[in-house]
Ligand binder design. Sequence first.
Ligand code: 2F8
Ligand code: CA
Length: 260
Amino acid sequence: MVLHKEEYETSATYEEVGSPLYSNVIPKRHSDKGRKASSAASGVQRYRVGAITLGLLAVVQLVLIIYLAFHMEARNKNLTEERDELKRKLDVLVLKQDSWRAERDNLTSMNSETEGRSRTISLERDELKKKLNTLAQPGWTLFRSRAYYISPTKKSWQESRAYCQSVDADLMIINSREEQVFANSFKLHMWIGLTDSETEGTWKWVDGSPLTTSYWGSQEPNGKTEENCGEIKSFTTERSWNDGTCSLQLNWICEMKFAQ
Ligand code: 2F8
Ligand code: CA
């Protein structure tokens, strides 16, 4: 729309002059009153535009804050859920690790137990082999699951015992009437595994067990500290034992066990 200069001068109102429509129109004549009114109108206009802009900015800022708050809350919720899930998985892994550790320890102990048993079996097998080789030698007799050796030579009680021990046996221990009768049956003057060397008058077998049932001959034992070793002497009677001088050279009888 084009305004004629003459028209503007006569008919334009105060508000029309202050509006952007008239901004590039230079009035032909300006009075002081008109200039002041125009300047005031322009200031109010700028103030309104500024206020509206600030208001809009505040609204945008508020929307952004609300959006960020929701977004952060959702993100936090997700992170919390993820953390809880990871914690659960970690707990499961820790439990599995504990169970595997226990299983490993169990297997290790079973393994060492098996190794121990295997070593024991090997030792027992070697010992039995050695005993079987010994039994193949002359002089050995089996009686009631035990093996007995009657020596063809003579030695002191201590040397006789050392021989028996060298073949995984010991001097004979008599703890039944059966064995007493069996020992007498060889009709030989020989050492048995009985001594009171440790404490005079307290007779013990070579395995440390005390003497309970005894087969001392009449008036025996009588040698006090001079006679501290047991022997089969009067083998024609059941009560055949005598306490003799330990250094005496006699035959001897060993006894070999196969299980404890
Ligand atoms: O049998 C009686 C007596 O016989 C011998 O002494 C004479 C024995 N001595 C030895 O064997 C060294 C005694 O021990 C025995 O009591
Ligand atoms: Ca005696």
